[in-house]
Design a protein around this ligand. Structure first.
Ligand code: CTP
Ligand code: CA
Length: 223
């Protein structure tokens, strides 16, 4: 229930937020997906709205409801998420909190696959487009601030620092998910913010507090 802060620090700023998992169909009844409740992305969108931002919230099939006060674009797949993000441009900032499936099945079956005595089915996978990298690429439409997430199970700061450079984004919010923190269902998150200036370990806090702090930082960066 976030009231918009009229005249807030992000008033008049358009921010795109992706959230939730994507579902990549295998057949009409099966899909490939990442574990994601959408809680962190939803909290970030809510925090941005509170600071006055005009938020386009591109969400996969999340378990938590979208926040109030955003423009919601519901998608299922990574390809649909990419289309929705590009259609929402331009924006002053973009935050990529979605857990996008890295692969999709090349040709999803039109009919439900059946078990056979002949053996196991083979899934022909192709890589999904990297939406964060595409939006981070230099160009006239590039948002001033692009923020990615990185869920890692080891070497969090090193891997996330490399990921920031590889993706071309400005910031990475890195998440140690080795003990289940930060993923599906959890309410707390221990993150490290990676910027061009280095790595900042934030204390473990609620996802809402992470969101508030990130939104505040984003507002300062765009000021
Ligand atoms: N992301 C994206 N599009 C994709 C994959 C990831 O926009 N097809 C974004 C995520 O929303 C996140 C960031 O990229 O903000 C990092 O995602 P992550 O899965 O950690 O990175 P990958 O490059 O897919 O590397 P990995 O092999 O570690 O999964
Ligand atoms: Ca990935």
């Amino acid at each position: 229930i976030g009231a918009r802060l009229t005249g807030g620090p992000l008033a008049g700023r358009h921010v795109i937020v992706t959230s939730g998992p994507t579902h990549e169909p295998i057949d009409p009844v099966r899909y490939i997906a990442n574990r994601s409740s959408g809680a962190q992305g939803t909290a970030i969108a809510r925090a941005l709205v509170r600071l006055g931002a005009d938020v386009t919230f591109v969400t996969g099939p999340a378990t938590v409801a979208p926040p109030e006060g955003v423009t919601v674009k519901r998608v299922e797949t990574a390809l649909q998420m990419q289309d929705a993000v590009l259609a929402a441009m331009p924006a002053q900032a973009a935050v990529f909190a979605a857990a996008v499936a890295d692969w999709r099945v090349a040709t999803a079956g039109a009919q439900k696959m059946k078990k056979t005595v002949d053996g196991l089915p083979a899934l022909d996978l192709v890589e999904n487009p990297d939406i964060l990298a595409a939006v981070s690429a230099p160009g006239p439409q590039r948002p001033r601030l692009v923020v990615g997430f990185a869920a890692e199970t080891q070497d969090v700061t090193r891997l996330a620092t490399e990921k920031r450079l590889r993706k071309g984004c400005d910031w990475i919010v890195a998440n140690d998910v080795s003990d289940g923190t930060g993923i599906m269902g959890g309410t707390e998150n221990a993150v490290t913010l990676i910027t061009a200036d280095g790595a900042e370990d934030w204390p473990r806090m609620g996802k809402d507090a992470v969101a508030d702090r990130l939104a505040q930082r984003l507002a300062e960066a765009l000021a």
